[in-house]
Design a binder for this molecule. Sequence first.
Ligand code: ADP
Length: 263
Amino acid sequence: RGPGGQRGVPFNRPGSLTRVYAVASGKGGVGKSTVTVNLAAAMAASGLRVGVIDADVHGFSVPGLLGITAPPTRVDEMILPPVAYGIKTISIGMFLDGNKPVAWRGPMLHRALEQFLTDVYFGDLDVLLLDLPPGTGDIAISVGQLLPSSEILVVTTPQAAAAEVAERAGTVAAQTGQKVAGVIENMSWLPLPGGERMELFGSGGGALVSGRLGTALGYEVPLLGSIPLDVRLREGGDAGLPVVLDESAVEPESAGAELRRIA
Ligand code: ADP
C-alpha cells in the first residue's frame, strides 16, 4: 500500500470510471444526508451502479435513511456492503454495538475511511457518494488525500449565515486540489396551499455560495438546484424510503422532482 493507501483504493486506479462525489456542508442539519441518499436512490433507479459511504462518523444516519438493518457480511478479507434500493452502502454505524456515539480522533477517522475504501467490496460502480461530516474537519482532508480525483458537492440552506460556513467547506477543496462540482440549496422555500412560496430561511444562499466559490476557485461552480421544504422528505427519511422513489411524491416543483432532476 502506497502513501495514503492510494494504491489499495480501487477508485484511484488508472482507468477507473467511477465518479466520486463527496457531499459536504458547513454545518449540520441542512439536509446533507437526506440529499445524499435521495441522489443515490434516483441515480440507482435510473440504472447507474451506485455506492454510498457514510463518512459522517459522528452523526451517521445513512443506514436509517435507507432502511438498512442488516450488518455487512465478510468474505475472506473483504467486507460486502448491504444493498438497499440497489445502493451498496457502508457506514461506521454498521460496526458499532448499539447506538453508541463515536468519539474518534482524526487519525482513527482517516484509518476507518481508508478501510472502507480498500476493504469494502463495491465492485464496479458508476458513482460513489460520500456523506461527509459537517464542517471542514479532518475527514474532508482525508477524502482529499485518499480520493484525490473526487469532486465535492456543497449543500447549504438559503440563509446567509449558513452560506458563509458552506463556502468555507467548499474552499477546503482548493487546499486538497479537489474540484467543487456544484452547490445544492436545500430547504429553499415552503410551498403554501395557494401556490406561493414562503421563504422560511431567507433566500439566495445557494447562489451566494456558488458565486463566491467560483470566484475563489477560478472556475464556474454551478448552483445545481434548489430543493423546497417537503414534509414527505422527512417522513421518507424516517421510514427508510427515499422520497425520489415514491411516485406519489414527485409532482412538478416538489422536493422529490428536484432531487431527481439534480441526480
Ligand atoms: P444533515 O445531514 O445536514 O445533518 P439531515 O439530512 O439529517 O441533515 O436533515 C436534517 C433534518 O431535516 C432531517 O430530519 C431531515 O428529514 C430534514 N430535512 C432535510 N431536508 C428537508 C426538506 N427539504 N424538507 C423537509 N425536511 C427536510
